[in-house]
Unconditional design. Sequence first.
Length: 280
Amino acid sequence: MTQQPQTLTPDQVKRYSRHIIMGDVGSAGQRKLIQSKALIIGAGGLGSPSAVYLALAGVGTIGIVDFDVVELSNLQRQILHHTGDVGRSKVESAKDNIKSYNPDVNVVLHDVRLESDNAMDIISQYDLVINGADNFATRYLVNDACYLLNKTLVDGSILIFDGQATVFLPGEGCYRCLFPEPPPPGMVPNCAEAGVLGALTGLVGSIQATEALKQFIGIGDSLSSRLLLIDALSMTFREVKLKRNPSCPLCGDNPTVTELIDYEVFCGFSSHEEAVIASD
């Protein structure tokens, strides 16, 4: 993060007053947020609430990666977009709506498919990454790039009534410690067929935003080394302890993944992720 500004403007003091009066945040914490740079992967179900709450909190620069257009079926859960945005580029729609919440935020658009030839360059420009991708190809790509670049990754995923979230700090494990390789496409339910409770995306995305804000300010205990599991039907929250896997192909003692890999794109949870959610 760049050097903090010396003072907040009168408008900033008023806008962020509910932060500033908090002992753990204060004006110093708010200045940290204003100087922070967050990258959000996907302007969809998880990226939408994450982007909104980062913007409202005053995070100075928010990058959005998405190459898709807004569809009517998105509006059941993707709060960054409105009916009038159908057919528009998602990143353009996201920028306009983020600016409507907080015009001071610098919104950087990456209207591209994230791939091995551009991921390192894009991610390197930011302090922290929030992963809202809906497919394993992008999930593994972002995980690997963040590890190789020593970037904090706030990860989240959802399916039907289940959600999960965690934080991977540099040097403290990665997604491959849990799931070394992506599952075959045939093992994964189709996103459009499986469905998701719209409100659940807001819950998980807000958790991701909260974890990002804590990281930027430097307060609290993060979800690092913990996988938070959410069952919306029973409204229960459980944790699975995580730790760096010495056999991990990326961050283990003898890594075999040393560069980015483009996997076939497919959506949803794999059977091994469902097993984690179902386990104690």
